[in-house]
Design a binder for this molecule. Structure first.
Ligand code: PHE
Ligand code: NA
Length: 499
């Protein structure tokens, strides 16, 4: 049977952008930029985008286009041509995607709840107590002492799962591509509408000034550069099976270079919109409360679910801005979630030669059940711990291994030639230099630093046993399971999947 294909070039780009643009653009990027030198962060960020983001994206699009398979199949074939087994790397990436899918959906669930709360600001004035005590009901739980499942969180999570399942179940054209075509324009319109009003509020420009005012003293700081590189891999969804799966559905005649560059630029452009959105709100809030902006900036979940609701309380027409913000979060999140699940589903289809519909139900059903752990009282803590290890250890290791194998053992010039043959304009030799030297060196530095920090200090205040079990243990078992699958399947690559 023929592999499924995207219907149109725009459809593919919107789907790839849908994956790239996620919660990370709205709440991770603005805070990272702010923390790492404001406007000066754009220099390392743009540098990372050019030297790592674009080359990596071109490389992944080429691999998917050439080998027409999900990550395990691609790496198995690459391994064959190199003379050793590599399928495990594909499965390791698929497991990373699977784990992320399972906790990412919890945040989407919260955003769905908050969309509802925002209509009447039923989060009250103490948004901090509301989030942690009333909504999550965190209590004195821990990542391993989860308490019980909470239906008011489980139900929105189930809603998110239903949308994802429907998209993936309905196929590349009829589901994923259609979802992207609806969600991405909607997302841009919502964010632009939000910004168009908000930047005219008093204080908004001071907020933006804070975000964009460059602190050049930071630019020589290694921490800033590693933050920029870390953010680029995360924000572009490269290195963990997603873009490989999406590009495996590209038609023969596809402009790889152009598609890759478009995807990267749209994602990074959207991050700037995210920054403008968040910081104009924070600027306004600081002004209203007569506080310096540094007092109102927060990070991560606290930013989206505590600070923004508090800021929305102060806005004119909060019943419009609130739903707009949280719906944007939901749409950005679900379109990414679809892509993470598709990375898993496409690998299952390749491997087991089962139909897409069966694979979708199997993956989403299993994912749904496991994700219920995150609807428990301790769900946030579990999420925080797992997310740290996945992002800082597993994801970066996977990117680094992929890069070393492809750029050093494989002839990266062949990949560049391949991409150039498929494209209208050619990418120069600089791509090889980036992938062979700059990328691996930066990744290795960041990874080693993370490993040392985590080994010596651990993460957060979580008990050591929890960190060993849910952090290191999880990453090790993903690696082990990946190697196991690769070994038992020998070197045969399954035939073309049925549709
Ligand atoms: N690229 C997404 C973002 O910026 C991150 C992501 C995508 C995470 C897909 C997980 C899965 O938020
Ligand atoms: Na992103």
């Amino acid at each position: 049977m023929q592999r499924e294909q995207w219907n149109s070039r725009t459809g593919f780009i919107l789907a790839a952008v849908g994956s790239a643009i996620g919660l990370g653009n709205i709440w991770r990027f603005p805070y990272m930029a702010y923390e790492n030198g404001g406007g000066a962060f754009f220099i390392p960020y743009l540098f990372a985008m050019l030297t790592a983001g674009i080359p990596f994206m071109i490389m992944e699009f080429s691999l998917g286009h050439k080998y027409r398979g999900a990550a395990p199949k691609i790496f198995a074939q690459l391994g064959k041509s190199l003379g050793f087994r590599l399928e495990w790397l594909g499965w390791f990436q698929v497991f990373i995607a699977a784990v992320i899918a399972i906790y990412y959906v919890a945040i989407i669930g919260w955003a769905i709840s908050y969309f509802v709360f925002s209509i009447s600001q039923s989060w009250g004035t103490d948004t901090n107590a509301f989030f942690f005590n009333e909504y999550l009901q965190l209590g004195d739980n821990s990542p391993t002492k989860l308490g019980s499942m909470q239906f008011h969180i489980a139900i929105p999570m189930a809603i998110a799962w239903s949308v994802t399942t429907l998209a993936v179940y309905s196929g590349v054209k009829g589901g994923i591509e259609r979802a992207g075509k609806i969600m991405m324009p909607l997302l841009f319109i919502m964010v632009l509408l939000f910004i168009a009003r908000i930047v005219f509020l008093p204080g908004a420009l001071e907020g933006l000034n804070y975000l964009f005012r460059p602190d050049f003293s930071m630019i020589l700081n290694a921490k800033v550069w590693s933050a920029a590189y870390g953010q680029i891999f995360f924000t572009l969804s490269v290195g963990f099976a997603i873009m490989l799966a999406y590009s495996s559905y590209l038609p023969e005649k596809s402009d790889i270079n152009n598609n890759a560059i478009m995807t990267v630029l749209i994602n990074c452009g959207f991050s700037i919109l995210g920054g403008i959105m968040i910081f104009s709100v924070l600027g306004y809030m600081a002004q209203e409360q007569a506080k310096p902006i540094t007092d109102v900036v927060t990070s991560g979940v606290g930013l989206a679910f505590v600070t923004i609701p508090a800021a929305i309380n102060l806005l004119p027409a909060p019943y419009i801005f609130g739903p707009l913000f949280f719906l944007a979060l939901v749409v950005a999140g679900i379109s990414s979630h679809i892509s993470i699940i598709e990375a898993v589903v496409s690998a299952v289809i390749d491997k087991l030669s089962i139909s897409r519909k069966k694979a979708a139900l199997l993956v989403c059903g299993t994912g749904f059940v496991i994700s219920m752990a995150f609807s428990s009282n301790g769900g946030l803590l579990l999420l925080d711990l797992v997310d740290y290890f996945i992002n800082n250890i597993a994801l970066l290791s996977s990117c680094l291994i992929e890069l070393i194998i492809l750029a050093w053992l494989f002839k990266i010039a062949d990949i560049r030639d391949y991409a150039n043959r498929c494209s209208e304009f050619s990418i120069g030799k600089w791509m090889e230099i980036c992938l062979r030297f700059i990328g691996p060196i930066m990744l290795a530095i960041i990874l080693v630093k993370n490993l040392i920090n985590t080994l010596t200090d651990g993460y957060g205040d979580y008990p050591i046993a929890d960190q060993l079990f849910l952090g290191w243990g999880l990453v090790a078992s993903m690696l082990f399971a990946a190697i196991f699958i690769s070994v038992i399947s020998g070197n045969n690559i399954s035939k073309e999947p049925k549709l």
